[in-house]
Design a protein around this ligand. Structure first.
Ligand code: ME8
Length: 659
């Protein structure tokens, strides 16, 4: 059976996990779950990096023993990872005996190979990076990453002959370009190697917090060398040869782009020196940004991942991070965007699809769907293509593209319902088999999408599969078997109608749910006042009688912002014969529009349709509901409204301006 050993960076424990460090663990977890979905025997390891001076200082500040502090922090980290459903198989701490044994064994090999010598180090050291800095690395005298001045250090050190590995490293990357992804990170490292390497200090003197250098018990191993060895000690290096032989070399180290130099220069050189095979690949992901800069504990710009998971659930958070951030690039997190994507992708799209098919199965077939003996509909083909694209993307760790492929099935199924109009087919008893085909195919599309999304949203997909009548725990799925269209004649499934999986967040619910940090991010009061004044001015102006009503100037017309939207959900407004409530995707998010269309349009038939709406109309309340904009409709022959839609909808994405 194929095997896959993957790791994440191990975290410094001087503070709690934040959304940036959690992003890495979620991305790696998606990869681990994807590998398991492919039937690959997977070992996924994470852990804590404890021998840092910051950790020591933090414990001292709290008046506790460093180890006792690390014990407490282990509980904190495990709790967060548990809440985010991170499915690691092993969790290593650098204070564990197995790790100490691994470090001692590996550093001994470096010494035996003649790559370690004694010297004197004098220079800058950034404690937050735990790295030696050259003058040229500093910006205004401070570490550019942590924006703090480094310390000046003068001490006797052991040095590692990194410089003698320059050519071997260049040769390695020439022979194995895939060993460092994405390409931009590889190019950075190649430039660095081409510029030449200096030997590095590999020990610190006068510190007791760390693992002693085997040849000099008065020094401890430099924390980065100590930490890097976790990848090997975690699979038995120095303690369990058989385990090590089973899992080494690692297939993938998932790490942040700020620490590629350690992983792609120092670590492979150490392994070369010790005569150990190199990991197959390092993937340097990008940063999660908060208000334009790296989310970082030392900068104090962090979002608590538990706060985010509690707000909308761990799966929506996992989806947001996997889908909205191109893996390998930086991406933003804002509460508004998180909520917008929740509404668009989950409440109005995937969740709505699950509710629609369950409601139709219930209404037309008492919840029991049977595949008819008719040729497969077009969704089968769409799903097959999406599965192939998904596989291709996920194999390259293009997680965002993999998720997008899965969502193509969801989009196609929603559009399919709109185009085949099952509610019309249901009226004609002669078209019963046709209706069966439509309903079964939609349920099958939902099932396939849930299989593909299971690595990203394990809990929700298990729930979707149950509701769709194809129960399977996310971990028991296999892509080869379950990613194939399964609708042979006679196949049967019983769907469950249940409350929405992801209830839509209305503007007032969003405001109510808003956490303190989310509220802070919203418009400042002064800006809000300005907006209100502008709106009021606009109303006063609009209320003036227009002496030339029949003709307006082009400038007047230009004030009306007309845009194309896509209806993602529609329902009747209680106690109103005229009004429908629409959720309209407008390119930036989803807005609620109350439209007087009920006389001539069924809400279900509107979902997926492109509409034209006035985007800059002041919000109004209709039947107690807030309407943000106005959908355009013509007055039909009998005075009933006829919706204006868009020709060639595929060419006009939501948000397109009409001019
Ligand atoms: O670097 N966005 O630990 P750490 C994305 N102990 N990733 C981020 C991030 C952000 N805003 N902030 C941090 C260490 N990370 C060392 C690793 S491995 C042998 C030793 C990533 O707690 C960061 O790039 O500072 C790193 O990969 C991981 O979180 C842990 O960071």
């Amino acid at each position: 059976m194929a095997k896959f050993y993957l790791t994440t960076a191990i975290d410094y424990v001087n503070s709690r996990p934040h959304l940036g460090t959690a992003y890495e663990k979620i991305a790696a977890d998606v990869i681990a779950r994807y590998k398991r979905l492919c039937g690959v025997e997977t070992r996924f390891m994470m852990g804590n990096d404890e021998h840092s001076q910051n950790v020591y200082a933090k414990a001292r500040e709290l008046g506790v023993e460093p180890l006792a502090f690390c014990d407490e922090m282990e509980t904190v980290f495990r709790e967060v990872w548990g809440r985010l459903d991170i499915s690691f198989d092993d969790f290593i701490r650098t204070t564990e005996p197995r790790h100490r044994a691994g470090v001692t064994a590996l550093v001994s090999r470096l010494i035996e190979s003649g790559d370690v010598y004694e010297g004197f180090y004098e220079g800058w050291y950034c404690v937050s990076c735990e790295a030696f800095k050259q003058e040229k690395d500093l910006v205004d005298g401070a570490c550019p990453v942590h924006q703090r001045p480094p310390q000046w250090i003068r001490e006797k050190n052991h040095f590692f002959r990194l410089s003698s590995y320059r050519q071997r490293l260049l040769d390695h990357y020439a022979a194995h370009p895939e060993a460092l992804e994405p390409e931009i990170r590889r190019n950075e490292i190649l430039r660095l190697l081409e510029a030449g390497l200096e030997d590095i200090s590999m020990s610190r003197t006068g510190q007791a917090w760390g693992i002693p250098v085997p040849s000099d018990p008065d020094s401890v191993v430099y924390v980065w060398m100590d930490a890097l060895i976790n990848y090997a000690s975690g699979v038995g290096y120095g303690t369990d040869e058989a385990l090590f032989d089973t899992w080494w070399p690692a297939d993938l180290h998932v790490i942040g782009k700020d620490i590629t130099r350690f992983h792609c220069v120092v670590w492979p050189a150490m392994l070369m020196s010790a005569g150990i095979p190199l990991p197959r690949q390092v993937f340097g992901h990008g940063w999660v940004h908060w208000q334009g800069q790296k989310m970082s504990k030392s900068l104090g710009t962090v979002v608590d991942p538990l706060e985010a998971a509690e707000r909308l659930g761990p799966d929506p958070l996992r989806l947001y991070l996997a889908k909205e951030i191109a893996f390998g690039q930086d991406g933003d997190f804002t509460w508004d965007r998180f909520e917008d994507r929740y509404n668009v992708d989950l409440a109005n799209n995937f969740g709505n699809l699950v509710s629609r098919i369950a409601a139709m199965a219930d209404r037309y077939r008492q919840g029991r769907l049977v595949a008819p003996a008719l040729p497969a509909g077009p969704l089968a083909e769409t799903a097959a293509r999406a599965v192939a694209d998904y596989r291709q993307a996920m194999d390259r760790f293009a997680l965002h593209q993999g998720v997008a492929a899965a969502f193509r099935i969801v989009d196609a199924a929603n559009e399919y319902i709109t185009s085949v109009e099952p509610w019309v087919v249901a009226r004609d008893p002669d078209r019963a088999a046709e209706l069966d085909r439509h309903l079964f195919d939609v349920s099958e599309a939902v099932r396939t999408a849930a299989v593909l999304l299971a690595p990203v949203m394990p809990r929700s997909c298990t729930e979707v599969l149950e509701r769709i009548g194809a129960p399977a725990a996310a971990g028991a799925l296999r892509l080869d078997r379950d990613g194939v269209w399964q609708a042979p004649p006679g196949a049967e499934r019983r769907l469950v109608k249940a409350p929405p999986l992801w209830p839509r967040l209305t503007p007032s619910a969003r405001e109510e749910k808003a956490t303190p940090s989310a509220r802070m991010e919203k418009v400042a009061p002064s800006a809000r006042k300005e907006q209100t004044a502008m709106n009021e001015a606009a109303t006063t102006e609009a209320q003036q009688p227009n002496p030339e009503r029949a003709r307006i100037s082009i400038d007047e017309f230009a004030r009306v912002e007309l845009r194309v939207g896509r209806v993602v959900a529609a329902d009747a407004v209680p106690k109103s014969r005229k009004l429908l409530r629409l959720d309209v995707e407008d390119g930036a998010g989803v807005r609620q529009i109350i439209a007087g269309l009920a006389k001539s349009h069924q809400p279900e038939a509107l979902v997926g349709r492109r509409v034209v709406f006035i985007a800059n109309l002041k919000p109004a309340r209709l039947a107690g509901l807030e309407s943000n904009g106005m959908v355009l409709a013509a007055s039909g022959a009998d005075g009933a409204p006829v919706l204006l839609t868009v020709d060639l909808p595929d060419q006009v994405p939501p948000g397109s301006e009409i001019s």
